[in-house]
Design a protein around this ligand. Structure first.
Ligand code: IMP
Ligand code: MG
Length: 195
């Protein structure tokens, strides 16, 4: 899936439009995920691995509703080539500080779009011999193309519209919005489908 229409300096300015997932809905779902993780990892100290930058806000809120002695680490990746389309070839811009061997790792992602980034990251992290590796994604596209079994924890299934807010950006902006919004052009037309 690509976001070609949203790329480049030539196109119209993209701004946040209607709310797709409101702040209250986000808080409610994140709290539920926190309970699920707390129950599933009882007696253990999972290591939350956040994928920068998009997952920072979700991971911050999620960690506060997990009632376990969690640890944190972060990695930053960038997709080769296109700014908003994942090529599946991922470059690690910042690697983890901690050793994953024997750890119960929860990979925290903002959005699984095609799933190419997630597939790459899972392979990369599994090669470091964690005791377990699960995925917690805030948003998952309805038409993603990865194995459903990989998506252990997920917040919301969303259609193919490009979204911003709660950590997600368009051209590095709007990550600080408290809700998830569909982007539209400044003139009011919703941006083209993200496919
Ligand atoms: P994938 O490899 O196609 O699954 O792309 C995943 C990455 O693309 C996410 O981690 C985001 O950084 C970015 N992405 C995909 N869709 C959106 C969106 O609607 N808004 C902001 N970022 C997005
Ligand atoms: Mg991302």
């Amino acid at each position: 899936m690509g976001h070609d229409q949203l790329d480049g300096d030539a196109g119209p300015e993209l701004v946040p439009g209607r709310i797709l997932v409101g702040a209250e809905q986000l808080a409610e779902r994140v709290a539920q995920l926190g309970v699920e993780i707390t129950v599933d990892y009882e007696g253990r100290s999972p290591l939350l691995v956040g994928v920068l930058k998009g997952a920072f806000m979700f991971m911050s809120d999620l960690s506060r509703v997990i009632d376990l002695p969690v640890e944190f680490d972060f990695m930053a990746v960038s997709s080769y080539g296109h700014s908003t389309r994942s090529s599946g070839v991922v470059r690690i811009v910042k690697d983890l500080d901690l050793d994953l061997a024997g750890r119960d790792v929860i990979l925290v992602e903002d959005i699984v779009d095609s799933g190419l980034t997630l597939n790459y990251l899972r392979r990369n992290l599994l090669a470091r011999n964690p005791a377990s590796l699960e995925v917690c994604a805030l948003l998952v596209r309805e038409d993603h193309s990865i194995d459903e079994a990989i998506l252990r924890y997920e917040g919301f299934r969303i259609p193919g519209e490009f979204v911003v807010g709660y950590g997600l950006d368009v051209d590095q902006r709007y990550r600080n919005l408290p809700d998830i919004r569909v982007v539209e052009t400044a003139s009011g037309a919703e941006a083209a489908e993200a496919s």
